[in-house]
Ligand binder design. Sequence first.
Ligand SMILES: *Cc1c(COP(=O)(O)O)cnc(C)c1O
Length: 240
Amino acid sequence: MPFVSSVVDISSNLANVRERIAAAARRAGRSPDEIALMAVSKTFPAAAIRAAYDAGQRLFGENRVQEFAEKAGELLGLPIAMHLIGHLQSNKAKKAAELFPAIDSVDSLKLAERLNDAALSLNRKLQVLIEINIGGEDAKSGIAPASPELEELLRAAPRLEALQFRGLMTIPPFTEDPEGARPYFRGLRELRAHLSARKLPSVSLDVLSMGMSHDFEVAIAEGSTCVRLGTAIFGERSKQ
Ligand SMILES: *Cc1c(COP(=O)(O)O)cnc(C)c1O
């Protein structure tokens, strides 16, 4: 297990990032209420999630099905929303649909179909975001903007009746200077505007999930509606 930030640290880190989110929103002429804060708890134990919960946090993200499956037992009954934000192989779709109410990293039609089947068999709805590989990086998952794959997925939405398409998610190429991410964040916002204008059936695009610990203020300036923060809340992760 990695070093676990104390409960006090998690609570004051949360207060600090909430302040920074509100300040970034105001600078951009936006209401802080438009921006959801997701606490990314990967690599940290259930106790850290509980500490964040005690400090008022309700929205969380994990990037691996198996890792969260191991923590979930300790969190039963805790009224939190845990989203999957990491790459998901379609053979784990069933397990993911059992554990998470939302999958923010849908990156292929095949995966969407598997998730839809799983959700139907569980008799529940799944909220999904489409992950876009906005920087076109080979090493990253996500669908290329303006690709046939994206068109295929969007057109399939009406028949994937257990999935609720809610928006787009991205992880931009890493740059030391957070300003380096700005063109990518802007690109995702423009892609959303472009797709929204087409009024695609069964596709709502209210959510723009972008911005992590080192660049979330830039993401907010470019229209993010959900920032995903790990390090800024729970501390540094040890390398896995
Ligand atoms: C780990 C992770 C984050 C959080 O990263 P930090 O830099 O620690 O804030 C956000 N999004 C995804 C998809 C992640 O895997």
